[in-house]
Design a protein around this ligand. Structure first.
Ligand SMILES: *Cc1c(COP(=O)(O)O)cnc(C)c1O
Length: 391
């Protein structure tokens, strides 16, 4: 009997090591990793330059308290702001923590405007994390069930529906912010209309609301730009990051710009581990390797190619609802639940994930070669075809 709390349905495999986009188990079997720890291992596994930089940092400092100056933290804040046009960063350890910071910041912003019960607009089918506030913001009953009473102050509307947000604007004077994913990840790789974020930006500007983008999954080059919202030309007031930022080392960030800047003051928020020298070195090294290896352009073009391959080979098949994606964030929606594909793929040496019951989600590392991308397509297509053939 395992002494682990029973919180995950785990696949029957344990990996011993990795190399690039490949993972190996104790029998020496190798697996092509198209999940990357759920959009985390930006640089794949055991990237030599990343390993060297982290090893060097381990020999100097892992952690000091945030009651001291941390130059690595200053540097990652500078870098993230340079890449995004944001102005301030708070460093934390995960996506839900980054969103907690955003939610607290929005409430503080509301109170500063004299709104005693600030509300935040959130979306159906969204995912923002597993802490109490972030699961309350999440648009998935399965994530919330049993944890009531939920945190109050969230108003839910359908995703990709500007009219619904306008209606709330007309009726609810307590709204202070919108929290939204530029592309819904857990929700099934759902890409909104190209004008959606611009529409939200306008409504926020007209009402003095914060536009808060959860880029925990879609950020850090995943979609072929540093941040997914950069495809739309708008800038948010608050942006949250985590997953791919540290290539596997836990690190998250909540960034502010414009009217959100200066909301947090000393004593308002904090984290013991957040932004320690090791985590910040992981983030700095990830970004610098991405720049040196031109991984944004690579993710953009290879992602288009992979999506096209799936569209050509699966797109016209009965039972395939849609092949969607932007950069290396790709979803294949089937007409029926397809959770069993995960185990079948594992048997054949491929690591994938299924989200929202019927969407195969591919969020591979950004270092895939063309050959490895071809292998991914060649391995996955027959698995999907044979699932669709079953009755
Ligand atoms: C994964 C995810 C989170 C939660 O991140 P954790 O690090 O698991 O807390 C929040 N928002 C989005 C969009 C995510 O994909």
């Amino acid at each position: 009997m395992s002494h682990l709390m029973n919180t995950y349905a785990r696949q029957p495999v344990a990996f011993t090591h990795g190399e690039g986009v490949w993972l190996f188990d104790s029998n020496g079997k190798r697996y092509l990793d198209a999940l990357a720890g759920i959009a985390v291992n930006t640089l794949g596994h055991a990237h030599p330059e990343f390993t060297t930089a982290l090893t060097a940092q381990l020999g100097k400092l892992i952690h000091v308290s945030n009651v001291y100056q941390i130059p690595e933290q200053e540097r990652i804040a500078d870098k993230l702001c340079e890449l995004s046009g944001m102005q301030e960063a708070f460093l934390c350890n995960s996506g839900c923590e980054a969103n907690e910071a955003a939610i607290k910041l929005a409430r503080l912003y509301g109170h500063s405007k004299g709104i005693d019960t600030p509300n935040i607009i959130v979306m159906e089918k969204s995912f923002h994390g597993r802490t109490l506030a972030t699961l309350s913001a999440t648009g998935n009953r399965k994530v919330q069930a049993g944890f009531e009473p939920l945190v109050k102050g969230f108003v839910r509307v359908p995703y990709d529906d500007i009219t619904a947000v306008e209606q709330v604007a007309a009726n609810n004077p307590d709204v202070v912010a919108i929290l939204v994913e530029p592309i819904q990840g857990e929700g099934g790789i759902r890409i909104p209309d190209a004008t959606y974020l611009q529409g939200l930006r306008k409504i926020c500007d007209a009402n003095g609301w914060l536009l808060m983008l959860d880029e925990v999954q879609s950020g850090i080059g995943r979609t072929g730009k540093w941040f997914a919202h950069q495809h739309t030309g708008i800038t948010p007031d608050v942006m949250t990051l985590a997953k791919g930022l540290g290539s596997g080392v836990p690190v998250g960030a909540c960034l502010t710009a414009g009217i959100a800047v200066g909301t947090f003051k000393p004593g308002n928020h904090g984290s013991t581990f957040g932004g320690n020298p090791l985590a910040c070195t992981a983030a700095l090294t990830t970004l610098s390797i991405m720049e040196k290896q031109n991984l944004l352009a690579h993710a953009a073009t290879l992602g288009v190619w992979i999506k096209q391959q799936f569209q050509e080979r699966l797109g016209s098949q009965k039972g395939v609802v849609a092949v969607r994606g932007l950069g290396m964030m790709i979803g294949i929606e089937l007409a029926k639940p397809c959770g069993e594909l995960v185990g079948k793929a594992l048997d054949s040496g491929l690591l994938i994930n299924v989200t929202a019951d019927n969407v195969v989600r591919l969020v591979p590392s950004l270092i895939y070669t063309q050959t490895e991308a071809q292998q991914l397509v060649d391995m996955l297509c027959p698995l999907i075809e044979s699932l669709l053939m079953q009755e």
